[in-house]
Design a protein around this ligand. Structure first.
Ligand code: ADP
Ligand code: MG
Length: 697
């Protein structure tokens, strides 16, 4: 049945070939996909805030007159001009700063013009400012109407502006408003649980109108949200079950649980394995011995030592004549694993190769040749490992590190790599704390092991909350520690929807730290740098050549520099607690006393304050996750979902535990034969058809 929602996006206004490509990158191919592209959060642009009432950290609409405008140079690699405008209304004055600007923007900020702008308020050098706000020139006698409703903020990608994606999604939502669309779930089931129908649920989330709706959405208790949470989790569950059934009947490489190389590596290590690590190694050997496919989830808190377990697990595989592939979510982490594995495995005569997206030409060909022959036994890389052009000689074992950074769909795509040959054994590692019952429900296709003990001698990280006003003394404190041989991470965060803005925030901080601390060596790393550049910066930091590493959340996972003992996190209130916990796991790895400083805005809400207190008072990832859940149950953040769970559009496996019973029930119901079409549609809507496994079963 063809309907409007299965049409492509080219017919929509504002979608040319270039934009279509960006949309595709977001997994958006049909108008139906646009509907399922749900807002990350909402912004309130329904009222104007007086300049005098602005608070740092707030995102607000203001109307003000340009008093003065000028541009000045700032030093940054090559020097660049900054546009600085002073604006005022009857109640106060603030500054607008543009680091990149064109002639038109300069003209708009002409002296005497009235401007309406929307952006985040910051407090810098004793003044309020907005950096790169959205702005327009207005007629103050006759200002344009304000928004009536909350503004949805959608996930987007580089090169696709929030305004553009909003306009594009709006066209699909308009159509939904005027046409009907088939219900995606059994009507009786919906009625029984008092869930709203598809159409009104969608409209509610894209365009909340009533105060009551917006309040419920803010608390995440709106029935429209609950409905889609259950629907999405059930869809994932079905995809996994389908996959598990398929995998269980596949042939697997025969791996003998030989321990010769394994024992040699264990005895060459400078430390003893913890009891928990030994137990997991035993689980893995048992899997190999059983002759059945290994599909095992390994959970262990940050720093619990998962990497060495992965390296050990590779050895029986190599001894049995098969290759191992290790996939990491970032190039930085892949590079680090590569160096570790080289150090551990090459003395045993095991060839290790890394393959990055950035490897091109001869270099890439050489590596591909090594992978296609027996020369490389262990291959490490990012998801670039599983491109069509990569041919393994005899892939027997796949390890996925920090699985929470990959979508379920990516994991499945990877299994598909060998769908017609034998199915490699799989070990999936994560630091996300998942209670066992939840793991079984969400990772229905996996067995489960846990490292529940940290290596001995770890010192707790002293965590403190410091307000923006104390920035100067904080900088001094970091400088003092660096002068005594210490090293620090300075992490800049921004809301995840824009990688570009996050990089810019890091650049700004980098620049100002460099100016204030000319005696120290300061480096910058962010997601938009070339991978070779990133690697150079990280290696210099590892060698101790750099005192302070200013970074975006690209360093969130895995990076291991024991000498670094201070971590500053700017705007931590914007991150999920699990993510802060991950970041903090970068320090407290060496012999120095370690500190994590949460640099917060002054006007933190009570809930945000409570969340920061949890991080300050607890070191255990499980406890942090549970407490976060308790607090977020009260819910204050407008529709924000945990950024770590990149694979879900609306669900959050921690927060949404309360729905597991309904998820089970729905998944079982839809597995019945009469719902085969509904099942197919559900998988397509939520899990995506990119991997093409919706046609199976
Ligand atoms: P994660 O589980 O977060 O991936 P890693 O594997 O990066 O943790 O390990 C963190 C650090 O602990 C590394 O420097 C690693 O060499 C070290 N390590 C791992 N196991 C042990 C152990 N049993 N005793 C001491 N140090 C260990
Ligand atoms: Mg790790």
């Amino acid at each position: 049945m063809e309907d409007w929602s299965s049409q492509g996006l080219r017919y929509l206004k504002g979608v040319g070939p270039k934009i279509a490509e960006k949309l595709q990158k977001l997994g958006l191919n049909t108008q139906r996909d646009l509907l399922f592209h749900l807002p990350l959060r909402y912004e309130d642009r329904t009222q104007i805030t007086a300049v005098g009432a602005l608070q740092p950290g707030q995102r607000a609409v203001v109307q003000a007159e340009v008093l003065h405008v000028g541009s000045s140079f700032r030093r940054q690699g090559r020097s660049r001009k900054v546009l600085v405008a002073r604006l005022a209304d009857h109640s106060g004055v603030f500054t607008v700063r543009l680091f990149y600007f064109n002639a038109r923007q300069q003209q708009m900020l002409d002296k005497g013009n009235w401007i309406r702008c929307f952006g985040e308020v910051r407090f810098a050098q004793g003044e309020l400012e907005m950096i790169h706000p959205e702005f327009q020139v207005i007629d103050i006698e006759d200002p344009p109407a304000l928004d009536q409703n909350l503004t949805p903020i959608y996930p987007t990608t580089e090169g696709l502006h929030q305004q553009s994606i909003t306009k594009i999604v709006a066209q699909a939502v308009d159509k939904l408003q005027s046409h009907d669309m088939a219900e995606t779930l059994p009507q009786d089931w919906l009625k029984q649980h008092h869930f709203p129908d598809f159409r009104s649920a969608m409209l509610n989330l894209h365009r909340p109108t009533s105060r009551q709706d917006t309040q419920l959405i803010a608390q995440r208790t709106h029935p429209a949200q609950s409905r889609f949470v259950v629907e999405e989790l059930a869809a994932h569950r079905l995809a996994l079950l389908q996959r598990r059934a398929e995998i269980r009947i596949k042939k697997n490489p025969k791996i003998t649980a030989t321990v010769q190389l394994l024992n040699r590596l264990v005895s060459s290590l400078p430390f003893d394995l913890t009891g928990a690590q030994e137990k997991v190694v035993a689980d893995l050997l048992c899997d190999f011995d059983s002759g059945k496919p290994m599909i095992r989830l390994l959970q262990g808190d940050v720093g619990s030592g998962k990497t060495i377990v992965a390296a050990l697990a590779c050895l029986p595989v190599v001894e049995s004549g098969f290759q191992c592939a290790l996939m990491a979510p970032t190039e930085i982490l892949a590079e680090q694993h590569f160096r570790n594995f080289q150090q551990w495995l090459e003395p045993l005569g095991v060839g290790v190769v890394n393959l990055m997206g950035a490897d091109k030409g001869k270099k890439r060909e050489k590596k591909l040749a090594a992978i296609a022959s027996a020369e490389a036994s262990v291959i490490i890389g990012t998801h670039a490992l599983f491109q069509a052009s990569v041919e393994f000689k005899s892939l027997g074992f796949i390890i996925i590190d920090e699985q929470h950074r990959f979508g379920v769909d990516q994991r499945l795509a990877l299994q598909k790599k060998t769908i017609n040959a034998e199915m490699p054994h799989q070990l999936i590692m994560t630091a996300t704390p998942i209670p066992r019952t939840m793991a079984m429900s969400i990772y229905a296709d996996l067995d489960y092991s846990q490292i529940d003990e940290l290596p001995p001698g770890r010192k707790p990280v002293t965590t403190s909350i410091v307000s923006e006003q104390q920035r100067q003394s904080l900088i001094q404190r970091v400088a003092d520690s660096c002068q005594q041989g210490g090293q620090a991470y300075w992490v800049c965060t921004l809301i995840e929807e824009s990688d570009a803005l996050q990089c810019e925030a890091a650049e700004v901080t980098f620049e100002s730290l460099r100016q204030q601390l000319p005696g120290l060596s300061i480096a910058l790393v962010h997601g938009r740098m070339k991978s070779a550049e990133k690697d150079d910066v990280i290696q210099a930091f590892k060698r101790g050549d750099t005192h302070i590493l200013v970074a975006t959340t690209v360093i969130e996972v895995g990076v291991d520099v024991p000498n670094a003992s201070i971590m500053i996190i700017e705007n931590p209130e914007r991150l999920g607690l699990a993510q802060i916990h991950q970041l903090r796991g970068r320090v407290g790895r060496g012999s120095r006393e370690s500190f994590c400083i949460l640099l917060v805005k002054n006007n933190l809400s009570e809930t945000a304050r409570n969340r920061m207190d949890i991080i300050r008072n607890h070191q255990d990832g499980f406890i942090i996750a549970e407490k976060d859940l308790e607090i977020r149950g009260a819910g204050e953040v407008l529709g924000t979902r945990q950024t770590g769970e990149a694979s879900f559009k609306i669900a959050d496996i921690l927060r949404d535990q309360k729905w597991f019973a309904q998820v089970d029930e729905l998944a079982n119901l839809i597995q019945q034969d009469q719902y085969v079409d509904m099942r197919r549609q559900l998988l397509q809507n939520w899990v995506g058809e990119r991997q093409g496994y919706t046609e199976v079963g």
